[in-house]
Design a protein around this ligand. Sequence first.
Ligand code: FCB
Length: 468
Amino acid sequence: MLHPQPSPMSAPNAVNEPTHRFPADFVWGVATSAYQIEGASTADGKGPSIWDTFCRQPGAIADGSHGDVACDHYHRLDADLDLIASLGVDAYRFSVSWPRVQPSGFGAWNTKGLDFYERLVDGLLARRLKPCLTLNHWDLPQALQDQGGWAARDTVHRFVDYAQGIQRRLGDRLASITTHNEPWVVATLGHETGVFAPGIRDRAVAMQVSHHLLLSHGLALQALRAAGAKAPLGIVLNLAPVQPATDSPEDHALAKLEDGRLLRWYMDPLLCATYPTDVLAHLGRDVPRIEHGDLQAIATPMDFMGINYYTRTVVSAGAPFDVKTSGLPLTDMGWEVYPQGLTELLLRLHADYPVPPLYITENGGAFPDPLRDGLVRDADRTRYLADHIAAVGEALRRGVPMAGYMVWSLMDNFEWASGYAKRFGIVHVDYATQRRTLKDSAHWYRQFLQRQRDGHAASARTGATQGA
Ligand code: FCB
């Protein structure tokens, strides 16, 4: 079934408000990551990260840009916290820049860097917002890359020390701690195709990296709990249903393998302490070195899992699948808008794995978003968000333990290899002035959350009357 193409006639009011009533304790949020918004790339003793280095490679970033200034969030913290609060969300998902707090990735801590995150966390709490912290959203200290990066087993132990340092300073005030954001992206795009930092192209290295990321996740969970962490602990994966372009046996076989590499390679060890045998067989000599006890460590029980969902993946054994042929609307990234894939994915995770409570930790779309007369009429984004929230509601109705949803992103930011041209924010950023403007989608999200709250308040009143 194809998703109907939106007609240009039906712009803003074509949004179908999700009809599901989400539980009162369902967590609604917005998300960002350090390198994409903070800027201040050398301020107050911050060390360089692999993204600082990668952005300097000619041709690495589409518009030749970098995160040196980005949204200048580091210097605009209080105003940005007010902005988040103005959206009426419950939670803010952000990441810590490891080289800002520990410039070399080991040894000395940078007090000023830690102070920044303390002000961030305390500022969220003061505004009654839940701080959801991610330890690794890709900006590994360059000093650790110089010693082999994630391909080196030693980095696993450096990461565990870093996690403990964050726990010591902030752990008592966090609503959740995520170890890694999207290990598939770090491994595959960073080390196999090389389109992301550190720009390595070697499948064997990529698989070793994926194993070390998973191992460091499990060992960090153990260390954090040993250090008394009370906040729920988990990991964030980028997942999608993988579909064959045609019904040919070759396309089906490829879809199964890609599902293995994207989803089962991560889900199987995290939840069942095993790697998928078909992928191991396919990798041959590129199978990573796995030491005794690693798989048990990786499967250390989690309190929650985060899923980032943007679109489906369609694979073809012949000519590459052309998204333009499917008739689905496309975002500015050229990604198909496919909300039903999110329900499908969540039902499948629930059916195949003993999943903990699940959060959608990222979901959103890039659209051109012109700012005209102080307004951004991003009806396409509002429709995208409404349809995906409805898809989550449907999964919840069908028994999947969904606990929250976060929009990617709070504001336009540095979109990695795509630079600044791709805008994912529900808040527009004018990079020349750093002025923030709520897009129509931000107003819609705020009003949607208010309607959810009004609904809960009304049922609480009815319940109270009935109970009396
Ligand atoms: C995800 C990343 C996030 C953002 C979105 C668009 O893969 O986690 O930082 O770039 O894609």
